[in-house]
Design a protein around this ligand. Structure first.
Ligand code: GAF
Length: 385
């Protein structure tokens, strides 16, 4: 378990002086709205309790150096040399963000260099957005330290650009927005076209509900493979249907889509159109009937990801089906897919039974032991000290 004091202590140990400040940003769970972000659609994520911390200290020159508890060697670069292809591996995230700040109007020409030390307790490869936590913490720290004055929606775009251009993953704006815009006990209802964001209270605890995360330990990476293929299918579907993005279509257009598209592209498109609808229905249902009533929408979202978008894996499907069979209000995969985590919303007193049932089912199927924990919707990025 890390915290701001640990990040400061590690900075001091490494650089031999105290940091000027410590910032942090959380990972996220997406409650519903998967792969809709890069289709200009709707998402509804919240920040989780696990965070990434960045301790920062000034330098006299114009070098930026990054060290971390999760890699042996520090990486450094002159601010004038920042470029998309100048950094690689884990350093692409923090140094990619430093480059991307300039692309969004941050004036780095007079900025002094910085030393950074990064610690994190966001699990990597679990579909809980460790990358956005890192990008968002660094973006906020550098923006505030250098006085660049970029607002949080712009910092989310900075993190996304770093991920797209420097890391090389063609991801949308969901994860960075969740990390930067969330507040305690709430989720962010984001329109990824207008970037209008509304923070909506979830009231899980007040309603006697617990959100369980089941990390299947099947790891994924979005810089390779299926994620880009799904994105390409959506773009091909939109082009064939004569729209600039799938946001311009609604479930009423499904008959026409089926007539025009091949079966696979149609199913990809159907996931996006129905998922946008489910996000809107979830927000409405929360307002009208509370969180105990959103379960069928979570279940339907999972079925759509499994059957139409085909981004789940057998471990995830087993976790979801077991939670559902043991009384969860609703359950679904969260995140980009091809591994990662499932979430289950359930009555507080069902937590031990559902946890046991999922563990037993995994053992029975000879799957790796999952890591199962409860999660509280938490605060977004902030300065800690
Ligand atoms: C990953 C991406 F980074 C997000 O942009 C989003 O597309 C998500 O997968 C799927 O909803 O987390």
């Amino acid at each position: 378990m890390s915290d701001a004091a640990t990040a400061a202590a590690r900075f001091t140990e490494y650089y031999g002086r105290a940091p000027a400040g410590v910032w942090s940003a959380p990972g996220r769970v997406n409650l519903i709205g998967e792969h809709t972000d890069y289709n200009d659609g709707f998402v509804f994520p919240f920040a989780i309790a696990e965070r990434t911390w960045v301790a920062l200290g000034d330098r006299a020159d114009r070098v930026i150096r990054v060290a971390t508890s999760f890699a042996p060697d520090a990486v450094e670069i002159h601010l004038d040399d920042l470029a998309p292809d100048a950094v690689s591996d884990w350093a692409a995230y923090p140094l990619g963000v430093a480059w991307a700040l300039g692309e969004f109007g941050g004036d780095l020409s007079h900025a002094r260099g910085v030393d950074l030390f990064i610690t994190s307790d966001v699990p990597v490869g679990a579909g809980l957005s460790s990358s956005a936590a890192l990008e968002s913490a660094v973006a906020l720290a550098l923006d505030e330290h250098w006085g660049l004055g970029l607002d949080r929606p712009t910092l989310a775009k900075v993190g996304q650009l770093a991920e797209n251009r420097v890391v090389g993953a063609p991801t949308g704006i969901l994860d960075q927005s969740a990390s930067l815009l969330s507040t305690l006990d709430s989720a962010v209802f984001l329109d990824c076209r207008s970037l209008d964001a509304e923070v909506i209270p979830l009231h899980f605890a007040a309603e006697g509900l617990t959100l369980l995360v089941i990390d299947t330990k099947v790891t994924h990476a979005h810089a390779t493979g299926g994620y880009a293929a799904r994105r390409a299918s959506c773009e091909a579907g939109a082009a064939a249907l004569g729209v600039s993005s799938l946001r311009d279509l609604d479930v009423d257009d499904l008959d026409r889509a089926q007539a025009v598209l091949d079966d696979e592209t149609f199913r990809r498109v159907r996931h996006i159109l129905t998922e946008n609808r489910r996000v809107l229905d979830t927000v409405r249902t929360l307002h009208e009937r509370g969180p105990g009533a959103i379960g069928p929408l979570l279940d339907a979202s999972h079925a759509s990801m499994r059957d139409d978008f085909e981004i789940t894996v057998p471990e995830i499907d087993l976790a979801v089906a077991t939670a559902q069979a043991n009384g969860a209000v609703g359950a679904r995969m969260t995140g980009g897919g091809f591994g990662g985590s499932a979430i289950a919303l359930l009555a507080d007193d069902l937590v031990p039974a559902v946890t046991r049932a999922v563990r037993d089912a995994f053992a029975e199927a000879d799957y790796r032991e999952p890591v199962i924990f409860t999660e509280q919707p938490s605060d977004g990025a902030r300065r800690d000290r």
